[in-house]
Design a protein around this ligand. Structure first.
Ligand code: HEC
Length: 208
């Protein structure tokens, strides 16, 4: 290639980079959660997410999950930390589930078939979404409990769900649940977050 072609190529790349910089710095991009992506961006992002999780979770070894006590512990933790976003039998919508973008999947209707994927997502969370990394405050065993529970969740009625949760002993995860919540460290913070959706959900209806 002639030197002039190289120069033109470099100039084009520099112009694109400057254009991108100006676009970012100008604030023209609308980052609002109530302003959906273009279909192409949506497709690119969900492919990026799915391929990343598949690759990252490929060496996760799935233990036996058909274990009643594991499922029961998972129910207590799910009820304490996840219902605000992922709902529970009899609840079809919450303010968080309706307002988050990307939307949290309704785990009472979407069956959790891929246990390794679910474990990895619960443990590490998903960037640029509301899904937290629970592995910062929970032991693997307790995360597996929630995976075991999620596999059963779509078959539950509001009654069977409530019974299982009350038999579960509530919130227990080998993390910081018994420590006072006055510190500023990460697990304690995550803890404060996680109790919000639940108290919100169980509270009497409030006015807007
Ligand atoms: C603040 C809201 C929020 C809370 C609380 C939350 N999640 Fe999520 N979760 C999300 C969002 C949003 C996604 C989807 C992210 C995406 O698609 O990029 C998600 C995705 C998931 C998925 C992946 C489904 C899949 O295969 O694509 C699982 C499993 C999951 N969450 C389980 C849980 C569990 C278990 C808890 C409680 C310990 C929990 N989540 C708490 C918001 C939340």
């Amino acid at each position: 290639m002639k030197p002039i072609n190289w120069l033109l190529g470099l100039l084009a790349i520099a112009l694109i980079a400057v254009g991108a910089g100006v676009f970012i710095w100008s604030g023209a991009y609308n980052i609002a959660a109530d302003n959906p992506h273009w279909p192409l961006t949506e497709r690119l992002m969900s492919t990026l997410r799915d391929r990343s999780i598949a690759a990252q979770a490929s060496d996760v070894v799935v233990p036996a999950l058909d274990n009643d006590s594991l499922i029961r512990t998972g129910a207590g933790n799910y009820d304490a930390m996840c219902v605000g976003c992922h709902l529970k039998p009899g609840v079809e919508r919450s303010e968080a589930s309706a307002g988050l973008y990307p939307a949290p999947p309704n785990l009472t209707t979407r069956r959790t078939d891929d246990a390794a994927r679910a474990f990895w997502v619960i443990k590490h969370g998903i960037k640029m979404s509301g899904m937290p990394a629970w592995g910062l405050s929970m032991e693997d065993e307790h995360i597996w409990g929630m995976v075991a529970f999620l596999r059963q969740l779509p078959d539950m009625t509001p009654e069977s769900y409530r019974e299982l949760v009350s038999a579960s002993g509530g919130h227990s995860h080998g993390g910081q649940e018994d420590q006072p919540q006055d510190g500023g460290d990460k697990p304690t913070d995550a803890h404060e977050e996680e109790t919000k959706p639940r108290s919100h959900d169980d509270a009497p209806p409030h006015e807007h």
